[in-house]
Design a protein around this ligand. Structure first.
Ligand SMILES: Cc1ncc(COP(=O)(O)O)c(C=O)c1O
Length: 416
C-alpha cells in the first residue's frame, strides 16, 4: 500500500496533507510515513519467517531516533558503522544484543564502547582490526563476538560508489584469505568467532549477485565448521534496491526465496542489514520554489532546498521523482536547483518537471533513505526539520536547526 498519495488534490503522507505540514512547520522538511517503515519491516519478517533471523536495520540510511524507535518496537535490531550510530541506536531503545557493527575504520574508543554495552557481533574488516579488537576485549575483560566481513569479489551491478564487494573495494577481507584469518582469530584469547558477514553493495536490483556471493560464503561456512569453528550467524548485509524511477527490484519475498534457496539449510541465524528498502520510499523531502528563472539555455526552478539537504543527485547523479504538492498543472522542461553556490547543486537536471511557479511546493520522492543522514550545513544552512506521520497525526521528530545551532561548539580563542 502506498502512503504518499493525493487526497482531495493535495499530496499527503498517510492522512496528513503535506501542504498543511509546510504551512505549520515551514519548508524544507523531510516527512516520513511510519506505516511505510513498518510495512517494509513486516515484508522482510514474512520473507524470512521460515528461519531464525534478526533484521538489523541499517542506521546510516535514516538514523532519526523516532524512526529507530518505531522499528525497534516492531522487533528490529540495528546495523551500525560508528560509535555515534551505536549511541543513537541505544538512545532509541534498540537492544544491544540485536546490534551488529561493521565499518573499515572502527576506532579503539568505538570498539571499547561497543564491547562495554555488549553488542551482538563485530563485523571485522581487516586482520589488524582483529588484533586490535582482541587487545581491547582483553582490557575490558570480555570475549569479543565476531564475524569476518568477507569480500566475495562479486559485481553487484550498481553505482560504483555504492559497490562494496569487489576486489578493488576497501571493504572486508578477500574470501580466499578469510579461512586463514579465522584460524588466526581462533588462536586469540579474547575473540570468539560466531559468524560470517558479507555485504556487497547498495541499490542492487537483481538477485544473482546476492546468490553468487552467498554460494561462496556457504562454502566458507562449511569449511569453518569442518575445522571445528562454531559459526552460528550468517550476516547477509543489506543492499536490496528500490524503485526511484522505473527500476523493478525484487520484492523482499523474492529476495528471501533466493537467499534461503542458497543458505536456508545451513542452520544459521540469518542477520539482515536492510536500509534503503525499508526507509527509501518511506520519506519525501518537501521544498518550495523561491524563484523561476529563464536562463540562456534552460529554465531553472530555484528552490529553498538543495544539495546540502539531499546530496544524492549531485553525488551519484541519482534520480528522484518530483511531484507538485498541489495535484495537476502543466509539465515543462527545467532544472530544479537549490540555492547552494555550486553548479553541482541540482535535484533534477534536464527533466520534464511540474511547471511550478514562485511559492509553489514540491516533493522530492523516495528521499527517506540516505537523505537527511547525508545532509550537511554547507553554505551555513541550518539542517531541515524532520516530521513523522502516523495515520492522521504528525509530529516534528527533529526540529529545524537555528542559526545558534550552526555555531554551537565553536570558540573564538582569546589568546590566538
Ligand atoms: C555494511 C552495510 N550494511 C548495510 C547497508 C545498507 O544497505 P542498503 O541501504 O542498500 O540496504 C550498508 C550500506 O551500504 C552497509 O555498508
Amino acid at each position: 500500500m502506498h502512503h504518499f498519495e493525493y487526497r482531495d488534490g493535495v499530496l499527503s503522507c498517510e492522512q496528513v496533507s503535506l501542504a498543511k505540514i509546510a504551512d505549520e512547520v515551514g519548508t524544507p522538511f523531510y516527512c516520513y510515513s511510519s506505516a511505510t517503515f513498518l510495512q517494509h519491516l513486516e515484508a522482510y519478517k514474512k520473507a524470512f519467517s521460515g528461519v531464525d533471523s534478526i533484521i538489523c536495520y541499517s542506521v546510516k540510511c535514516n538514523g532519526n531516533l523516532a524512526v529507530l524507535n518505531t522499528l525497534s518496537k516492531a522487533g528490529a535490531g540495528a546495523d551500525i558503522v560508528s560509535g555515534g550510530e551505536l549511541f543513537r541506536a541505544l538512545k532509541a531503545g534498540v537492544q544491544p544484543g540485536k546490534i551488529v557493527y561493521s565499518g573499515v575504520g572502527k576506532t579503539p574508543e568505538e570498539i571499547r564502547y561497543a564491547l562495554e554495552v555488549g553488542i551482538l557481533m563485530f563485523n571485522v574488516e581487516s586482520p589488524i582490526e582483529m588484533i586490535t579488537l582482541n587487545r581491547i576485549a582483553g582490557e575490558v575483560g570480555v570475549k569479543a563476538p565476531v564475524a569476518i566481513r568477507v569480500n566475495p569479489d562479486v559485481d553487484p551491478r550498481t553505482h560504483a560508489y555504492i559497490s562494496t564487494g569487489m576486489k578493488k573495494n576497501k571493504f572486508g577481507i578477500a574470501i580466499e584469505r578469510a579461512l586463514v584469518e579465522y584460524r588466526a582469530a581462533s588462536e586469540m584469547g579474547n575473540i570468539e568467532a560466531i559468524g560470517v558477514d558479507c555485504h556487497i553493495g547498495s541499490q542492487i536490483t537483481e538477485l544473482e549477485p546476492f546468490a553468487d556471493a552467498l554460494v561462496k560464503v556457504k562454502r566458507l561456512i562449511r569449511t569453518l565448521r569442518e575445522e571445528g569453528q562454531d559459526i552460528k550467524y550468517l550476516d547477509i548485509g543489506g543492499g536490496l534496491g528500490i524503485s526511484y524511477d522505473d527500476e523493478v527490484p525484487p520484492t523482499p519475498m523474492e529476495y528471501g526465496e533466493a537467499i534461503l534457496g542458497v543458505v536456508g539449510d545451513l542452520g544459521c541465524t540469518l542477520i539482515l542489514e536492510p536500509g534503503r528498502s525499508i526507509a527509501g520510499n518511506a520519506g519525501v523531502l518537501v521544498g518550495k520554489v523561491l524563484y523561476t528563472k529563464e536562463g540562456e539555455e534552460k529554465r531553472f526552478l530555484i528552490s529553498d532546498t538543495g544539495m546540502n539537504d539531499i546530496v544524492r543527485p549531485s553525488l551519484y547523479d541519482a534520480f528522484h521523482g518530483i511531484l507538485p504538492v498541489i495535484e495537476g498543472g502543466d509539465l515543462r522542461l527545467a532544472d530544479l536547483v537549490g540555492p547552494i553556490c555550486e553548479s553541482g547543486d541540482f535535484i533534477a537536471k534536464d527533466r520534464v518537471l511540474p511547471a511550478l511557479e514562485q511559492g509553489e511546493l514540491f516533493a522530492v520522492m523516495s528521499s527517506g533513505g540516505y537523505g537527511f543522514t547525508m545532509s550537511s550545513n554547507y553554505n551555513a544552512r541550518p539542517r531541515v526539520a524532520e516530521v513523522m506521520v502516523s495515520g492522521d497525526k504528525y509530529r516534528v521528530v527533529r526540529r529545524r536547526e537555528s542559526y545558534e545551532d550552526l555555531i554551537s561548539g565553536e570558540i573564538i580563542p582569546e589568546d590566538i
